[in-house]
Design a protein around this ligand. Structure first.
Ligand SMILES: Cc1cc2nc3c(=O)[nH]c(=O)nc-3n(C[C@H](O)[C@H](O)[C@H](O)COP(=O)(O)OP(=O)(O)OC[C@H]3O[C@@H](n4cnc5c(N)ncnc54)[C@H](O)[C@@H]3O)c2cc1C
Length: 588
């Protein structure tokens, strides 16, 4: 039987590092998840690439990310002859990271065409998400351009004219540095990011039939992009979001001349410093209409939703890295004659981080599988993605801030020093919860999905299916806990449509919190059942039970989140030792 154990004696002055670790091979939980969510065949083909990127992320990429973070991009507005060029000069370390992401692994291209990483057809979203999750553990900022380029290709594929597709898709999906054009999405104006309907950018159609855009965009990430999808209001179109059209604005026109937009300056940001975010003015920039003129906002929301999930994935990656750093540190660093990991209060912090990081990884990989089902045309998956996307973005990006902050604490003084990764993780984590919709806005979107799009029915059906797999008798109380909590949420939200907005708004975040835990808990329980059926013990059921008790049945005011018995399971859980059924008794 596995029981908690102590560790090899650490050095007294240990300042442990994760340098050189393979983030894939180190993460037994993630390997299990990849295998179970991808299926054996896809996993076998994916495994060498995951192993490669795991090694790069733990070594070269992390070192490059640290350098790029300290050497942010610079705007070169004019060339030596005084011509306006609006170039963003990226540091060589960032350029090398671009090569790894776009060219070596084809992260932006793989979902659109065959042949990337030798994949016979388009690679599944689960592969893209799994690789990106590893990448995010070392570099957060660059995954914005990767996701934007990927999303631009998706939008163009879905809504673009044949002419636009022929001209631009080969560039967006290129894996050769010279052929690659990065894409982006610029909506936010001074008037607001949440209130997109207040946009003031105008589109005018000239005598030559071409649309030209006039206005300012206040946050323009991937300022170096060659192609931007943007929103503007055609002259005479109605106010609000329904009057907005989507345009593709290239940096260079087909004849090679520079399009009429300028980067006014680059922003000096707290995190994601390696990636250029600017402010842009359209001064009669040529824009090509994408899709239906009256559906710009609706189309853009599809892109935003893709970015929201991508953001949740990056936040989950930050959580995992924060956990890994903390575990490695706490095992080797000694205080009061014992490794930190043996100190009860610290062990409790680590257990909390481990459970949240593990739950987030499950939600993320299953999100990707959901996208694969949606792309294959499953109506059920489309309805589910409508509510799942804001839910995942809402909770995981918020929680990543706490987990990154906790990891900083665990490393003590060194955690506050820029030579270590912790400050970067914390700074990046703060961004995830703001862009692509900040927490309140995204929680209100979960609410809208419930009130208008039957989101709760979709979620409840998914959870019922997962819980139906769980036949292990010892897990029954936790299955019942999920079911009864879900009933409570269903009763509570049934009255939402008739409630005054002020009252309803106040419930948006508490309900989203609970729903996230129910979703994550259902996934963990089903994974626990699977592991058990594979004859690999009760490790995952133990994690599921601890997670659900922690979040759905708190132990009351002023009580610790875990008992003394529960925290003893930290290391067996972290090391993926085989755990037998007796451990489950410690959950209650
Ligand atoms: C580094 C960075 C890069 C960015 N890059 C891009 C980009 O490339 N393209 C782009 O289009 N945008 C980009 N953004 C903009 C980003 O998406 C917005 O900043 C974000 O959506 C919030 O909008 P806002 O700043 O206007 O804040 P506001 O909309 O003014 O919101 C302020 C606060 O009010 C809250 N709030 C708003 N509405 C409600 C409500 N109904 N109920 C309760 N609370 C509410 C919000 O949750 C938030 O906390 C970027 C932002 C950052 C920081």
């Amino acid at each position: 039987m596995t029981t908690p154990s102590s560790h090899d004696a650490p050095a007294q002055d240990a300042m442990p590092t994760t340098k050189g670790m393979n983030y894939f091979l180190e993460d037994r939980n993630f390997q299990f998840l990849c295998e179970s969510v991808m299926g054996a065949d896809v996993f076998e083909r994916a495994r060498p690439h995951l192993t490669d990127l795991g090694a790069i992320a733990g070594d070269e990429l992390d070192a490059l990310a640290a350098v790029a973070d300290r050497n942010p991009p610079v705007l070169r507005a004019w060339d030596e002859q005084g011509r306006r060029v609006d170039e963003v000069v990226r540091h060589p370390a960032y350029r090398r990271m671009e090569e790894i992401a776009f060219c070596r692994f084809g992260l932006a291209a793989m979902a659109h065409r065959s042949g990337v990483l030798g994949w016979p057809g388009r690679a599944p979203q689960v592969l893209k998400y799994a690789l990106s999750y590893l990448f995010a553990q070392s570099e957060f900022g660059l995954l914005c351009p990767v996701n934007m380029t990927d999303s631009c290709a998706r939008m163009l594929g879905a809504f673009g004219s044949e002419e636009l597709k022929t001209r631009y898709l080969p560039h967006l999906t290129a894996t050769e540095p010279d052929a690659l054009w990065q894409g982006t999405q610029w909506m936010t104006e001074r008037t607001g990011g949440s209130d997109v309907g207040a946009s003031t950018t105008v589109a005018r159609r000239g005598g030559d039939g071409r649309w030209r855009l006039w206005g300012d965009k206040w946050f323009t990430s991937v300022a170096n992009a060659e192609l931007a999808l943007t929103l503007a209001r055609p002259e005479g179109a109605p106010e609000g979001t329904r009057g907005l059209a989507m345009f593709l604005v290239p940096k260079r026109l087909p004849d090679g001349t520079k399009n009429a937009w300028t980067i006014n300056r680059l922003k000096d940001k707290l995190g994601s410093r390696s990636m250029a975010t600017g402010e842009v003015t359209y001064a009669g920039a040529v824009g090509y209409v994408v899709g239906d003129l009256g559906s710009g906002f609706k189309q853009m929301m599809e892109m935003v939703n893709g970015s929201r999930l991508s953001n949740a994935m990056r936040a989950a990656g930050i959580m995992r890295r924060a956990l890994l750093e903390s575990l490695v540190h706490a095992r080797q660093r000694v205080a009061f004659g014992r490794p930190l990991v043996e100190l009860p209060l610290l062990r409790s912090n680590l257990l909390s981080m481990l459970l949240d990081a593990e739950a987030a990884a499950s939600v993320i990989l299953n999100s990707a599988a959901l996208l694969d089902r949606r792309d294959a045309g499953a109506a059920e998956a489309r309805a589910l993605a409508r509510v799942w996307t804001p839910l995942a973005k809402y909770w995981i990006t918020l929680r990543a801030r706490d987990v990154a902050a906790e990891a900083m604490n665990v490393r003590g003084g060194n955690g506050y020093v820029e030579e270590w990764v912790n400050p970067r993780l914390l700074r990046d984590a703060y961004l995830g919860a703001i862009w692509e919709g900040s927490a309140n806005v995204v929680a209100l979107d979960v609410q809208r999905a419930i009130v208008k799009d039957r989101g709760l029915e979709a979620l409840a059906a998914f959870m019922a299916e997962r819980l139906g797999r769980v036949v292990e008798p010892a897990a029954k109380p936790w299955v019942d806990l999920v079911k009864s909590s879900l009933e409570t949420v269903i009763r509570q939200t049934a009255g939402w449509a008739a409630q005054p907005a002020a009252e309803r708004d106040l419930a948006a975040r508490p309900v989203a919190d609970t729903l996230y835990h129910l979703l994550a808990g259902s996934l963990l329980l089903a994974e626990g059942q699977l592991l058990r059926e594979q004859g690999r013990g009760y490790r995952k059921l133990l994690a599921a039970g601890l997670y659900l008790k922690r979040w759905l049945e708190p132990r009351g005011p002023a009580s610790p989140p875990f008992t003394a018995r529960q925290i003893e399971w930290l290391e067996p859980l972290a090391e993926w030792r085989s755990i037998d059924a007796a451990a489950l008794a410690d959950v209650d």
